[in-house]
Design a protein around this ligand. Structure first.
Ligand SMILES: NC(=O)c1ccc[n+]([C@@H]2O[C@H](COP(=O)([O-])OP(=O)(O)OC[C@H]3O[C@@H](n4cnc5c(N)ncnc54)[C@H](OP(=O)(O)O)[C@@H]3O)[C@@H](O)[C@H]2O)c1
Length: 331
């Protein structure tokens, strides 16, 4: 039967303006890094996407290399999109990226025009899309002139293949330089995608200020530290968890679940319960308390996690005392 989106989908989601642009993004966005590859059950993948859209998550984030194998998340998204979301195309903001190794040889990685143009064309084809809403350079390339990378992104916008451009994991000075160059080219950068969670706070040391000064939005990836900032690992490693899945491609592994991290998660969990939230909800709320954040980019291995995480929107204000307590736990 044809999927019919929930007609209440815009009732409870919050939409935040992305920097100084005209585009609003949902405060919660869904990423397809894991759980959408060829190794994953496709009915579950479709159910996660439908659950998200049914609750106002209008932004899905991909990259050329998501899977495994690389490319398979885009391919599977394309199939799910075709079967479910074609009538809703204009209600969706779909992104992809290039910048990590994707195919062999000197033209399948980093930031050359040769690589980026080919990669975007491949992504559009795999996903069955006419255009990409946001296309990112996935990581800085120390060897390609920034001007070449950015002129390529600017050209994609002029060709109509991409609506907006973004950068990911650029440090504050690199990002500021990129924003200057893009402004001169006439295609302002829409958004920066950095890793940001209670456990990874580097963006607080300058990046968020640079984004605000330049009117660029911020979408925080891995806001749950791949699941460590949830109640999932408080009492061991469940069989059905990412840490136990041996997926590779940057997925969290057992060795990263140190006693120190789990100890902090346990203490944070107590505070979350006092706030009437679970740890996942508090970890997301803690990021969304900052108005410079446009969206938190969550992952999910099942539809119920999407529902659970969205409830962070019920309370994302913190007292000074709570913030001090969180800082002292994280120290
Ligand atoms: N730009 C970049 O370089 C970059 C890098 C990495 C990621 N990203 C983007 O960021 C997105 C999110 O990354 P991520 O998947 O690492 O995000 P995350 O939200 O930190 O972690 C997602 C994982 O946390 C667990 N989880 C989620 N909600 C939960 C809940 N309510 N209760 C309990 N557990 C919950 C699930 O783990 P289980 O699977 O164990 O159930 C889920 O797979 C990616 O899909 C991608 O779009 C971008």
């Amino acid at each position: 039967m044809q999927y019919q989106a929930n007609d209440q989908r815009y009732q409870s989601m919050e939409y935040r303006r992305c920097g100084n642009s005209g585009l609003k993004l949902p405060a919660i966005s869904l990423g397809l890094w894991h759980n959408f590859g060829h190794i994953d059950p496709q009915e579950n993948a479709a159910a996660i996407l439908r659950m998200a859209f049914n609750h106002g998550i209008t932004h899905f984030d991909l990259a050329n290399n998501y899977g495994p194998p690389p490319g398979s998340a885009e391919e599977n998204f394309g199939k799910i999109f075709k079967a479910n979301f074609i009538p809703y195309r204009d209600e969706l903001v779909i992104s992809s990226k290039a910048g990590w190794g994707m195919w062999p040889g000197p033209y399948g990685d980093w930031g050359s025009k040769k690589y980026l143009v080919a990669s975007l064309d491949q992504s559009l084809k795999r996903m069955g899309l006419d255009y990409m809403d946001i296309f990112y350079h996935h990581r800085p390339d120390p060897n390609t002139p920034l001007e070449e990378t950015l002129a390529t992104l600017d050209g994609m916008v002029r060709q109509g293949k991409v609506l907006y451009i973004g950068i990911s994991s650029y440090k504050p000075e690199e990002a500021a330089r990129a924003f200057r160059i893009l402004k001169q080219m006439g295609t302002p950068c829409l958004i920066h995608q950095p890793k940001y969670s209670m456990f990874e706070r580097w963006v607080e040391d300058g990046l968020l200020d640079v984004l605000e000064e330049n009117g660029v939005g911020c979408i925080a990836f891995s806001p749950l530290a791949q699941g460590i900032l949830t109640n999932k690992y408080l009492h061991g490693i469940p069989a059905d968890s990412r840490a136990n899945s041996h997926r590779g491609n940057g997925a969290i592994e057992e060795v990263q679940l140190t006693e120190e991290k789990i100890g902090k998660a346990r203490q944070l969990n107590v505070l979350a319960e006092q706030r009437g939230q679970n740890l996942a909800q508090m970890a997301l709320a803690w990021i969304l308390k900052d108005k410079r954040i446009t969206s938190v980019l969550i992952g999910a291995s099942r539809p119920e996690q999407v529902l659970d995480s969205i409830r962070c929107l019920d309370n994302y204000s913190f007292t000074e005392e709570e913030l001090a307590k969180i800082n002292s736990i994280l120290k």
